[in-house]
Design a protein. Structure first.
Length: 136
């Protein structure tokens, strides 16, 4: 929004996160940007916005469960514009659920639709990585 986008969409699985945090945070920042807010799983979001094309997709903490990789990739494949870019922030590994950066990179490479690279690494107690995805 601060970079001049005319429209920004926000999505979270949890409707309470959208209602009590995301919308409230957006209201704190004066902007002329049109914002839309969505909640629900990836397949629900996909059905609503599948005709939408995004130049930039920012995603955080969305690869913790490998069972959701196909749904997430379906959103990316359907909604990323031809010259678009995805930045995905995640923990290196999610203990207890099995997902993480390495497993997601393997999935994306196997599927063969996107180039994927590490754009940035954050070395803290819980290492985090920002991945960059573009069309092949």
């Amino acid at each position: 929004m601060q970079c001049g986008a005319s429209e920004v969409h926000f999505q979270d699985y949890n409707s309470e996160v959208i209602e009590y945090f995301t919308i409230q945070n957006v209201r704190l920042h004066e902007t002329w940007c049109h914002c839309r807010f969505f909640s629900g799983d990836w397949s629900y979001f996909y059905e609503i916005i599948r005709q939408q094309k995004y130049d930039v997709i920012l995603s955080a903490e969305t690869i913790y469960n490998p069972d959701n990789y196909k749904s997430l990739q379906a959103v990316f494949k359907s909604c990323l514009s031809e010259d678009g870019v995805i930045y995905l922030a995640a923990k290196s590994h999610y203990f207890g659920v099995g997902g993480g950066v390495h497993m997601f990179e393997e999935f994306i490479k196997k599927e063969g639709n996107f180039n994927i690279e590490v754009a940035h690494t954050i070395n803290t107690e819980v290492p985090r990585v920002i991945l960059k995805l573009t069309w092949k």
